[in-house]
Design a protein around this ligand. Sequence first.
Ligand SMILES: [Ca+2]
Ligand SMILES: [Ca+2]
Ligand SMILES: [Ca+2]
Length: 374
Amino acid sequence: MTKRTLAFLTLALLTATAASADVSLVERKSLAHDFPAKAKPDHARRGASQKATGSQALIDNTGVKYFINTDITFSTSSSASGAMSEASYTHAVAATTLNGGTVSSTLNDAYDGYNTLCLSLNNTVATCETDNENFVIYNKNGPATTECTGATSGVNRQVVFPVQTVASLNVQMWRKVFVPDNDSFARWLNYFKNTGSSPVTLTAVIANNLGSDSNTVIVTSSNGNASAETTDTWVTTFQNYSGTTSSDPRLGHVFQGPGAPVQLAGINFANGDDNPFWGYTFTLNPGETKIIANFAVVQPSKAAAAAKSAQLAASPVPANALQCTTGTEQGQIVNFAFAPPMPIPTLNDAGLVALILGLALAAMKLLLRRRRTA
Ligand SMILES: [Ca+2]
Ligand SMILES: [Ca+2]
Ligand SMILES: [Ca+2]
C-alpha cells in the first residue's frame, strides 16, 4: 500500500465518521420537536355532554372492549376525559369460580369510571373532588384525535387528548390512551410540561370508580400480600363471589416499574372501597416534560390478572407495552425504568474524538513503519 493510498483511506474514514455524526444530530433534533397535535375544541358539533362518555371504544386481542371518555363537558371526579367508563368482554370467556373450576361468562362492568387524572395543587395525594379547589381535573378540554394504526386491526390504537393549561402553575397537561391489537391491556400516558421559567413540583393523582363497588377485594400485589403499598408496582382486584361466581372481570392496576426515578407518593386502596386512588410527586424544570404511565389489566382469572400485571411492571418494560411511543416519550416516562438508550455519538463526544485521533495516530505509525522497512 502506498503512502498516498493510506492517507486517502484515513481521510475517507474521518469524512465518513463526521457524516454519520451529522445525521445523528439531525435525527436528535427532529425527535426533540415531537409534540402532540392539538385538537381544537368544537363544542358546537357535539350534542348532549353525556354522549362523550365511553365514546371511543377499542378492543384488545382477547376481546376486551375499553370505553374511553372523550370531550367530557360535565364535572366529574372519576369519569373525566381520558378515563374509561367501562371495560367488558365482547364474548364469553372461561371465568374462574370459587370452587376452582370455570364457568362460561361474558364478564363485564370492570369500571364505573377509571383513571381520571387530577392535579393536586397542595401536593398531597388525596381523594380527587370536583368541588375542591385543591384539585384541577383533566377535563372539559375538547375532543380527542387518534393515531398509530395497528398492524392486525388496521384501526388507530391510540387516543390523543388535547392540552389543558394550568395557568397558576405554568403547566400544560395532556393524555394518550393506548389499547393494543396484539396484546391485552390498556395504557395511559399522562404528560406534564413546565412552560414557566422556574422549577415546579407537581402531584398527579389518579382517581377511580371500580365496577366491583362495595364488593371490591384486593387479591394480591407485587410483593405477594393482599394490601396496596407505595412500594407495590401493581395490585389485582375482583368483585367478590356471589355464590360461587363473579360476573366482573379480574383486574390489574399497574402503577410503576421497579427502580424508576418517580415512585408512588401515596396510595389508597382497600377492600370494600371501589374508589381507590394513587399519586405521584415530581419536579419539572423550565421547559421540561415528564410522563406518568399507568397500565390496566382485564382478565378472566385472578392468576391471569396477576401474571399480566407482573409482565407489564417488569424491568425492562416489555416491547409490546411501548408500542406507539417515540424514543423521546420513553425517555420522558419517569415512573417506569428503561434500559438506557444506545448513546448516539456526535463530534462533541470526547470518546469519538479520542477514537479518531487514535485511528489517525495508528495510520501515521503504519506509514512510518512502512517507510523504515522500505
Ligand atoms: Ca360489578
Ligand atoms: Ca362503582
Ligand atoms: Ca402489597
